[in-house]
Write a protein that binds this ligand. Structure first.
Ligand code: IMP
Ligand code: MG
Length: 190
């Protein structure tokens, strides 16, 4: 766990634990970036970021890619009560890019149940892409229950609710440079 910088704009008391530090994210993206550049050598890849959670990982991964790589964005929402995906996914913002013949790499923040990603893979594959692969910074244990082919994974983490580095609770905490477990009293109120 890293020390809290004196000029930090966040209160470490909100978190149980930092599970992935800023340095660990950076080193992992160096590693995955190298692998991705090698795997796609000579091909013009379309990185598809899933808003809003994947904004940070997309920005940091993209800066490790050659200038021929393109970026596009999708926003989706899972219907259903509570905090779990229902399997019914709605497109809030679609891609601007035609996927015909394209090599697509979906960039995700976290795979929890895997339901959203499962739907997204089916949707993008039906658009005539040459290939569709997935890079997710984080993956939780429940994700293994859905048959998903995730080529690049940063960190396998516990099922706790985490925030930071793009991940939010009620739209807050996305700006943190690290990933931390949020204290239950923060989301349960006091
Ligand atoms: P899934 O369909 O259950 O895999 O849901 C994945 C989506 O739920 C992610 O892309 C996140 O937006 C959100 N999510 C899942 N776990 C967390 C978490 O621990 N913190 C914040 N958002 C999460
Ligand atoms: Mg996401």
């Amino acid at each position: 766990m890293e020390e809290n910088p004196v000029d930090a704009h966040y209160d470490m008391d909100d978190f149980t634990k930092v599970i992935v530090s800023e340095n660990e994210i950076s080193r992992k993206l160096d590693e995955l970036g190298e692998q991705i550049r090698a795997d796609y050598e000579g091909r013009d890849v379309l990185l598809v970021g899933v808003l809003k959670g994947a904004v940070m990982v997309m920005a940091d991964l993209a800066r490790r890619m050659p200038p021929s790589f393109q970026m596009d964005w999708m926003a989706v929402s899972s219907y259903g009560s509570g905090t779990k995906s229902s399997g019914v996914v709605r497109i809030l913002k679609d891609l601007d890019t035609d996927l015909t013949g394209r090599d697509v790499l979906i960039v995700e923040d976290v795979i929890d149940s895997g339901i959203t990603l499962h739907w997204l893979l089916g949707n993008l594959r039906s658009r005539g892409a040459a290939s569709v692969e997935v890079m997710s910074l984080l993956r939780k244990p429940d994700a293994v229950q859905v048959e998903l082919d995730v080529k690049y994974v940063g960190f396998d983490i516990p099922s706790d609710f985490v925030v930071g580095y793009g991940l939010d609770f009620a739209e807050k905490y996305r700006t943190l440079p690290f990933v931390a477990i949020l204290k239950p009293e923060v989301y349960q109120g006091d």
